[in-house]
Write a protein that binds this ligand. Structure first.
Ligand code: HDE
Length: 708
């Protein structure tokens, strides 16, 4: 292996010894950490069976000592996360733009480890809270590790890293009572917002659907900061990094997110874990926006300002490769918890810009690992180890794993042939940017337009997306006790858009602006609206409501067609276990109404069968299931007698297939129903199309039909 400067030289023979030892003991024998076999582990060593425990019980003390120290400090931000392994492949050589080796050869697979996360909540908080999501990728390249430490929102709260502790303190639970957990809906955060106008744009994104993703598999990733690509000739260009999910960008609705936080706080990690186990490997294309240095000042925003994005309509995203997540972790702690990302882990060909947020990050990530991972040797933890060899003169420190050989730990030296030696040709060379300026604590004037892109984002939203943002303001600012702060939120967002400010005021008992304002920006960026994202039913989950007496042929035909489209089904009934169909055949109910809820599925299907539907009609839970799915704008399907359940739910007024004898399909507002169809294929096809739509916002326009 020879991983660390030949320090693991004996590793192979040690591995062999271990293998034969394990074989001998079949890996089942209990030992202490010193490998001493343990004879009994259920009782501590006592002076008599009712007597005091003895100090000499080394097995007890070792076991307890280890347990007492099992926790390490959680990350100060991004504490709750979930990781997976995979690989990345570039589509074609990127030689023109960068010398990075992992971006040269389309046949090469570079291993990656990705950790998704929320930002604000503690490690045990719920997955589906409203928050920015982290999307950090470690590429184990042949030239060392490259970390793309990204978020699912393309901009950030603040412009200069020196304000990071402030924004994090403001949004974290308030210090006197440690409330609220994983939420921005409280006074200190909004107090900070109204006093920090540079946050306006980020707040628009945070209150949009982006902050409540349906799945980690359906999220974009953004490097946020401006980096540089540098090619072998030393030519540099500015670059922004993007991850584009092949399944498109999709979100939950707020009511659903809140309910999921109780019903399944692990919703996102379970979704990722299950998808990978099923072979539905999440895929993301890597995109880059490349800007020539001479174009740096061509835009009405500063390209070094992390509170601005580069509209794709102005600077197109070039898709350069694909990442596939194909393997779950073996151990959450060893891998997901101990992985250490750093925005400064770059490889030759990728360089930094003077973005003041990025510059601060370059300090913070290394620094935080010292406390979190207990010292400077965290690169030796298996998940952090590069696949490339490490050779240097760094030595010792807490938790040093490698055994450094020899007496030379300095450079230059004669005793070891002056090794390890810098490599002038292949080594990392910092881009020789010319920098000239006075030392000042100042913000560039070009950073001071806080509202134009907030308006641009607002203009880019669909009617439904706008409504969700207004609703989110009502929730978040409605949770603020200080009425002055509420009013100041209205005043601040009047700078973004007058109509928005009026609508915010309406929900939170504040006074609407006397002079509705705005920036006057009329343009939009269609690429940021989720309406324009790829739509597919693949990997979606459908709940099938059924009970005894269901129509076996109907259900199985629908299930088979859905399966062929890559859709997963679960049967839900009052009781888990075997259901018997009208003709005596059996189907397993995978979930009951306690273990499952409509919030955990993308769509609902109600099967036919007189006895089955008569039973469902008497079950409040079945009716609630359908009503709730409708309220959350999800696809609903029903066939034959199953249509009666839809008609009897609170969805009266939604057209459904009537009682005609002729086969008739009705497809209204994402509710697909059919009666008397000999072949269920046509129904299934329409139902799949409705699932692929993800949500049917058209129902919002029909509010009178939506159950309260
Ligand atoms: Fe981070 N950030 N951050 N951040 N960040 C951390 O590092 C920091 C920023 C991001 O899954 C910490 O190991 C500063 C932007 C992700 O392990 C810490 C600033 C973006 C993760 C830190 C920022 C990110 C972190 C906490 C300047 C998107 C989770 C624990 C204001 C591009 C990585 C840790 C994982 C984690 C500092 C801003 C992404 C404290 C000073 C912008 C995805 O070092």
């Amino acid at each position: 292996m020879d991983k660390h400067n030949g320090t693991m030289i004996n590793e192979r023979s040690k591995e062999e010894q271990l293998a034969s030892f394990r074989k001998e003991h079949d890996g089942t024998r209990l030992t202490t950490n010193q490998a001493v076999p343990v004879s009994h582990t259920d009782d501590s060593l006592k002076a008599g069976s009712r007597g005091p425990t003895l100090m000499e019980d080394f097995h007890f003390r070792e076991k307890m000592m280890h347990f007492d120290h099992e926790r390490i400090p959680e990350r100060v931000v991004h504490a709750r996360g979930f990781g997976a392994h995979g690989y990345f492949q570039v589509y074609e050589p990127m030689t023109e733009f960068t010398r990075a080796k992992f971006l040269q050869d389309a046949s090469k697979k570079t291993p990656v480890f990705v950790r998704f996360s929320t930002v604000v909540g503690s490690r045990g908080s719920a997955d589906t809270v409203r928050d920015v999501r982290g999307f950090a990728t470690k590429f184990y390249t042949e030239e060392g590790n490259y970390d793309l430490v990204a978020n699912n929102i393309p901009i950030f709260f603040i412009q200069d890293a020196i304000k990071f502790p402030d924004v994090v303190h403001a949004i974290k639970p308030e210090p006197h009572n440690e409330m609220p957990q994983a939420s921005a809906a409280h006074d200190t955060f909004w107090d900070f917002v109204v006093n920090t106008p540079e946050l306006a744009h980020m707040i628009m994104w945070l209150l949009s659907d982006r902050a409540i993703p349906r799945s980690y598999r359906m999220m974009e990733g953004f490097g946020v900061n401006t980096f540089r690509f540098v090619n072998a000739e030393g030519k540099a260009r500015f670059v922004k990094f993007h991850w584009k999910p092949m399944l498109g960008v999709h979100s939950l609705v707020w009511d659903e997110s809140q309910k999921l936080a109780g019903k399944d706080p692990d919703y996102h990690r379970r979704d990722l874990w299950d998808a990978i186990n099923k072979g539905d490997f999440p895929e993301y294309e890597l995109g880059v926006q490349i800007l020539e240095e001479e174009d740096e000042f061509k835009f009405d925003f500063d390209i070094l300002d992390a509170t601005k994005f580069w509209p794709e309509e102005l600077i197109p995203v070039k898709l350069i490769g694909k990442m596939t997540l194909s393997r779950n972790v073996d151990n959450f702690f060893a891998e997901t918890e101990q992985v250490a990302f750093h925005a400064g882990h770059v490889v030759p060909g990728i360089d930094f810009s003077n973005d003041p947020l990025l510059q601060g990050r370059l300090f913070s990530y290394l620094d935080t690992q010292l406390i979190r991972l207990g010292g400077p040797n965290f690169h030796e933890i298996p998940i952090n180890q590069p696949v490339a060899h490490v050779h240097n003169n760094q030595r010792d420190g807490y938790h040093r794993m490698s055994i450094d050989h020899g007496r030379v730990s300095y450079f230059p030296n004669s005793l070891q042939g002056n090794t390890p030696q810098p490599d002038a040709e292949n080594g990392y060379i910092h881009y020789a940017e010319k920098v000239d300026g006075r030392k000042v604590r100042e913000r560039s004037e070009s950073f001071k337009d806080f509202y134009s892109q907030a308006t641009l984002f607002w203009n880019s939203m669909s009617i439904a997306e706008k409504q969700h943002i207004v609703d989110a303001f009502h929730f978040e600012v409605g949770g603020v006790m200080d009425k002055q702060i509420r009013q100041r939120v209205v005043d601040m967002f009047n700078n973004v858009d007058g109509q928005l400010a009026i609508q915010i005021a309406q929900g939170i008992g504040a006074t609407p602006p006397a002079n509705p304002g705005g920036t006057g920006v009329k343009t939009s960026s269609p690429a940021v609206s989720q309406e324009n994202t790829p739509k597919s039913a693949r990997t979606r989950k459908v709940a099938i409501l059924a009970d005894n007496g269901f129509n076996f042929n109907e259900v199985t035909q629908v299930m088979e067609t859905l399966k062929r489209a890559g859709v997963h089904c679960e049967v839900i009934s009052k009781y888990q276990g075997m259901l018997t169909s009208v003709d005596g055949r059996q189907l397993e109910a995978n979930q009951n109404y306690f273990t499952a809820g409509s919030i955990m599925y993308d769509a609902v299907y109600v099967a036919g069968g007189r006895q089955c539907v008569d039973t469902l009609l008497k079950q409040g839970d079945a009716l609630h299931f359908v009503n709730e799915a409708f309220k959350h704008a999800k696809a609903i399907g029903a066939t034959n007698e199953g249509v009666d359940l839809i008609a009897s739910s609170q969805l009266q007024g939604v057209p459904t297939a009537g009682t005609q004898t002729q086969a008739q399909l009705v497809n209204e507002l994402g509710v697909v129903t059919i009666r008397n169809a000999a072949d269920m294929g046509y129904f299934s096809q329409k139902f799949i199309e409705a699932i692929a739509q993800h949500r049917h916002w058209i129902r919002q326009k029909q509010k009178e039909m939506v159950p309260a």
